[in-house]
Design a binder for this molecule. Sequence first.
Ligand code: IPM
Ligand code: MG
Length: 370
Amino acid sequence: MAKNSLFLLPGDGIGPEIMAEVETIIAFLNGKGLTDFSLDRGLVGGCAYDAHGAAISEADMAKALAADAVLFGAVGGPKWDSVPYNCRPEAGLLRLRKDLGLFANLRPAICYPALADASSLKREVVEGLDILIVRELTGGVYFGEPKEIVTLENGEKRAVDTQVYTTHEIERIARVAFDLAKARNGRVSSAEKRNVMKSGVLWNQVVTKIGKEEYADVKLDHILADNCAMQLVRWPKQFDVILTDNLFGDVLSDIGAMLTGSLGMLPSASLGAPDAATGKRKALYEPVHGSAPDIAGTGAANPIAMIASFGMALRYSFGLIDLAGKLDDAIARVLGKGLRTKDIAQKGEATIDTRAMGAAILAEFKALVG
Ligand code: IPM
Ligand code: MG
């Protein structure tokens, strides 16, 4: 089997702790001969700033570009609150997204029945939920220029961020959403603010055209992004695939995460365009949650989103659909048995720590893989 290269960027806070649980799963898979992953590790975020004075070093950027997939933990923490803006921990993640061309961010929100009571919404609203948020990740207001704070003649300051999208950027993310919807329940809800924003008008027009011309078999709805936020907490099961831009996707996916019971449950995949020669996409997999500096080192972190992100790597980068499915099943079984980290426990329920949760998932996975 040809070696597949994984570049691990655990990052800050709880990142290294949750990444360690993925590494034990990789060691098991390699040991069994089911995979042949080669691992390399680098620094991103605050730890990279401490070591190199940048949120990611050029050497680690080169490794990320060369790897078959990047596994990313989390970045940031109060220690780096006052570092220069260009060096802030998040800059490392944004640079990876931009330089690897990871324009398609897939954020599934699945509510395991065993966790329906951990959500702040009623059980019947979230139980069995299975939606996918497809977020544009390399455009929009995150990267649009100008992006600046200038001092005006009267001494006042003026801050500008620029929301900008081109036809091509909208088309390619729309195709990703439509393709994924075809393999699911065949419905796309495209969320923008065409009632206020020109970029929303164009987004709406381009998505409509792609839907009509290329995906007549997929049902397309348009929804204003604010209404989408409301509908997500009112009756999220009405959605299948939600297609949206970078900023709305950031906000809507945090709502999506809470529907599933905890931010600690939500994995994500960020994919580039298929390479013209090899067909392979650059890819980065990361949990949606942050570095949780308040619980770092206490063993309270939930490794599920990180492990499920690795599951998405198995599925989307390496075509190991069967193994990915078994890893998801292992997570569901562990939850079904009532094992809980602190973030997903009900009041009075016993909890286990990060390593015990990782070990329990690995044990179930071993049993499923045989
Ligand atoms: C996310 C995060 C990032 C974002 C931050 C860390 C820059 O919130 O992945 O959702 O805003 O995209
Ligand atoms: Mg976010």
